[in-house]
Design a protein around this ligand. Structure first.
Ligand code: ATP
Length: 303
């Protein structure tokens, strides 16, 4: 069973479904609402755990009702509890607005997630040392992510970094140290400062990271699939065609499932192909974690 450590955020999601979003000062009646579990770190952990990985999630949960629900959710999904830390602040929350077209807007308040500091990482070093791969995103402090990258280097453990959301200024010196860097096209533009309007642009922007020493760049391109670039080639691995109803959390489904297939021994291109299938199935249902298939459900698809 692959041993995967995911370090990052958890959020309680409050999702509103609406035909259109209100303009400033306007009130609009949405047509549905749901609450659920999210946060990029937690989402990636759930995806990997549902596929059967031995998952440690290092995250700080809020000191409130939402936090208690989060802890129960990890237990229900067989995620190890050693890294689930009780915070002193309220839970991180994500207000999500999904339009009928399937596009989404997400407003995140991190709260307890800001308590995941480098010293907490030091106190849980064994979770880094003993992992086959470490997954990071950008909903916790950058200093914490940098510290993890340094420790993982010390222990020779590969890191996969998803620079989402693209609201922090990433230091390229850290980016080039990870084994897999997985931006979407907007995040790639933010990191490189270059346009990413079409595939030629994306390759040009990606090439600057490869030239700077990055080993593998996986640009997630929604329904187009994933562009994989390394020191030798660039290859577009097409998405698995489905009718999407809600693409929220597709990037996390991709990251968690890629880590699982890769640590199970798949080659990088095979792991991308499997993860494309996993993420595609997740966009055929509403919600983030609730839409992530289990290993059994994947097997039933007979892909
Ligand atoms: P998010 O931040 O919403 O989690 P993202 O922008 O990081 O997502 P996307 O590129 O939208 O990630 O999606 C990740 C992967 O999910 C894609 O590379 C693809 O494999 C799959 N995917 C997303 N949307 C679709 C779709 N409409 N049809 C098929 N596959 C999809």
């Amino acid at each position: 069973m692959p041993k995967i450590t995911i370090i990052g955020s958890n959020m309680y999601e409050l999702t509103t479904f609406t035909d259109h979003l209100p303009k400033r000062g306007e009130t609009v009646a949405g047509y549905d609402f749901s609450e659920g579990f999210g946060g990029k770190g937690a989402n990636q952990a759930i995806a990997a755990a549902r596929l059967g990985a031995d998952v440690d999630l290092l995250t700080v949960i809020g000191k409130d009702y939402f936090g208690r629900q989060q802890r129960q959710n990890y237990a229900d999904n067989d995620i190890n509890s050693a890294g689930i830390i009780n915070g002193s602040r309220g839970s991180g929350v994500a207000s999500i607005f999904v339009e009928s077209s399937g596009t989404n807007r997400i407003l995140v308040v991190k709260r307890a997630n800001d308590e995941l500091t480098p010293s907490m990482i030091d106190a849980h070093q064994a979770l880094i040392r003993d992992a086959q791969i470490i997954l990071l995103q950008q909903e916790i402090a950058l200093a914490t992510n940098y510290h993890v990258i340094e420790l993982a280097k010390k222990y020779h453990v590969p890191v996969m970094l998803d620079p989402a959301p693209a609201n922090l200024e990433l230091d390229i010196n850290y980016v080039v140290q990870v084994k897999f860097f997985t931006p979407n096209e907007h995040e790639l533009a933010a990191v490189t400062g270059l346009p990413t309007y079409d595939l030629a642009d994306i390759k040009r922007a990606g090439q600057t990271l490869i030239a700077a020493g990055l080993e593998n760049l996986l640009v997630t391109l929604g329904s187009k699939g994933v562009l994989w670039m390394d020191q030798h080639h660039a290859q577009l691995i097409p998405a698995f065609p489905v009718q999407a109803v809600d693409t929220t959390g597709a990037g996390d489904a991709f990251a968690g499932s890629f880590a699982y297939y890769y640590t199970m021994g798949a080659s990088i291109d095979a792991a991308i192909k499997f993860a494309n299938q996993y993420a595609a199935l997740s966009v055929t249902k509403y919600g983030t974690q609730r839409a992530y298939p289990t290993k059994k459900q994947m097997a039933k698809m007979d892909l």
